[in-house]
Design a protein around this ligand. Sequence first.
Ligand code: NAD
Length: 522
Amino acid sequence: MATKTGSGARPRQAAAGNGAPAAESLEVVHPADHSLIATLPIDGPERVGEIVARVRARQPQWEALGIPGRRQWLGRLRDWLLDHQDEIADLMQAETGKVRADAASEVPYVTDLINFYGAKAKRLIGEQRVSAHSPLLKVKRLRIQYRPYPVVGVISPWNFPLLVALGDALPALQAGCAVVIKPSEVTPLTVRRVVEAWKGEIGGPDILDAATGMGETGSALVDQADFIQFTGSERTGRKVMARAAETLTPVSLELGGKDPMIVLRSANLEKAVNAATWGAFVNAGQACTSIERVYVEAEIYDEFVQRLSDEVATLRSGVDGGEYGSEVGAITFPPQLETVEEHVDEARKKGARVLTGGQREAKPGNWYPPTVIADADHSMKVMRDETFGPVVAVMKVRDAEEALRRANDTRYGLSGSVFGARREAERIARRLELGSVNVNDVLVSTLATDIPMGGWKQSGIGFRNGEEGIRKFVRPESLAITRFDRKREPLYFPYTPKRRHWLRRVSRFFAARDWRRRLGLR
Ligand code: NAD
């Protein structure tokens, strides 16, 4: 679990220089070498209130554009993103310390999302005509229209600055909401650039903005917005939900994970090793859906561990600029490095074998080498709490049933995977207590925009992607429209014996499922 108490970004008091009171600002620092990249003013609660009021005022016009009108605008955003992929990747690499391949993977995901919701929105949130099941209500036209929450606040973490923030902002915009994003204070630059482009180069309506700052800025957004989409740690998620309860603001929470991978003796071992390596070390293990713990059947355990450690030892770690020359980047958020060290050191003390890595690198920046831990067990934090770094722990299990029991023995429930002969692996997968599961692959269920992704248990409330990913931003408004103009409907006053008896007979006639009762014979 991310046990953050402060921020990786450096808050500071910046002197205004003209005798005016000092304005608070924050510094964005390159995780790979700790160089200063930017100093930004913090948007305090008052400023957040102004931003929300401004986009709220424009939201009705945005809603009135309808699904096709909004789709057109979001299409322009898609084109801008496609044309500025390199600029976005450069900026993201600077604020996160990601390798190029990881930084470059976010634009394709969000542009696909724009196309997905653009094409599906009508079916998912378009007006529905409903035929009343009761013959008594056939005299009404029933309709459901889905109306957006006027302002959605998106509070996002530092690990995927664009993918996570836009992953929810885009369906909310397509649904007709105005959106204010509060990006992580550690990595605010990419989102700010996209918002700047929306307002400037794209010339989009004033219904998308960003508020920069730390927890206080996020809390102010919780107070002001009509719906909160939060992605981050379990710890902050609780605070957000408690705060939102004060104004009865609905929340959707995407929180931490401790994703298991089960390797059955029937698995293709080479594929399982390659998948575990990528699933555990992509984005330097800083993904909510990273493979963090692996359960391997005893018969193949030694071979799996040896092959995994050999494979992980080949990974190149370092900053590669635009070159696609490294697999594992820096740790973005400095306190995360402490969590990683704590988990590895504790596992070592408790008797686990650290096969590769296992020691913080002695160079500037936040660097920890890809690390494989063997012979782990559930007494260790590395098997229980979110590590969120370049570490994977492996445990030997007797059989598939033990693997399943161990995998489910957790407070988390985000996603996971099973490797083995297809039928057997699928049988096990269906019994995992997780929001999404992959069979003979990793992470794909999260990237498939067609199906929902979200956490069970303490990994969250609500889902993104698929139908759920846009439905959460709208409220059904049910309409019952009277077809015939009459002075009085049958249910109205006055209650007379004649009218009530007639009503009773009619309702009995339609409710009964046998003719005797229909005709009032019993
Ligand atoms: P975090 O909880 O520390 O911060 C997340 C965001 O919340 C930041 O923008 C932060 O400024 C803001 N915030 C902090 N205090 C707040 C408050 N009191 N009120 C409102 N907002 C507040 O998380 P993090 O360290 O940035 O991100 C890492 C965590 O995110 C990990 O646990 C990871 O698993 C999780 N995550 C989950 C998903 C998912 O889809 N389930 C995706 C990515 C990351």
